[in-house]
Ligand binder design. Structure first.
Ligand code: GAR
Length: 200
């Protein structure tokens, strides 16, 4: 299975995916990094790992459709079968989702449906929750909404700061995302409406 990772920033999840592929924990081909941000640290990580990079900047296109059409061109060129959003800080359009139906997954640093959006760790911490976590889900046309593949809870303990909570969440993300990707690669997920059945 040919995978493309989309990342806009640091790329720590991307790095965890690279490690998992190298160790054989994900049995798939990491074919492409797509980024919208020339300053993304993920780009240097892709270079070091010898992974092809498609840098597509939104400002080079008049509208979102033109921008996404260019990305789709790269995806087709590389025969991409699974899109892994890893800190890709843009909403994908309904048209894009339709072209890659049930073939896009995302990681979110909270237990969805709680704390959707771009600041989930801060939002959960400020709210004062005692439990938050990580969600990996299929992407549909609504933000942070698609069917849930895996979730794992993270406790907010006395003495935790937003920073320490963020570190704990990232550590779980780096374990959970490779696991979810391998489940997709093995064909072990069956979608039944909003429910994702994990086959034995
Ligand atoms: C991750 O924590 C990911 O869950 C989050 O962005 C971070 C990217 O970190 N995504 C979202 O908040 C999406 N709504 P990374 O670039 O180090 O992988």
């Amino acid at each position: 299975m040919n995978i493309a990772v989309f990342a806009s920033g640091r790329g720590s999840n991307f790095a965890a995916i690279i490690r998992a592929v190298k160790k054989g924990k994900i049995k798939a081909n990491l074919a492409l990094l797509v980024s919208d941000n020339p300053k993304a640290k993920a780009i240097a990580k892709a270079k070091r790992a010898g992974i092809k990079i498609a840098l597509v900047k939104r400002e080079n296109f008049n509208d979102k459709k033109g921008y996404e059409d260019k990305i789709i061109e790269h995806l087709k060129e590389n025969n991409i079968e699974l899109i892994v959003l890893a800190g890709y800080m843009r909403l994908v359009s309904a048209e894009f989702v339709a072209q890659y139906k049930d073939k896009i997954i995302n990681i979110h640093p909270a237990l969805l449906p709680s704390f959707k959006g771009a600041h989930a760790i801060k939002d959960a911490f400020d709210y004062g929750v005692k439990v938050t976590g990580v969600t990996v889900h299929f992407v549909d046309e609504k933000m942070d909404h698609g069917a849930i593949i895996l979730q794992k809870a993270v406790m907010v303990e006395e003495g935790d700061s937003e920073d320490s909570l963020e570190r704990k969440i990232h550590k779980i993300e780096h374990q959970l995302y490779p696991k979810a990707i391998q489940l997709v690669a093995e064909g072990k997920l069956k979608l039944q409406g909003r429910k994702v059945k994990i086959l034995p």
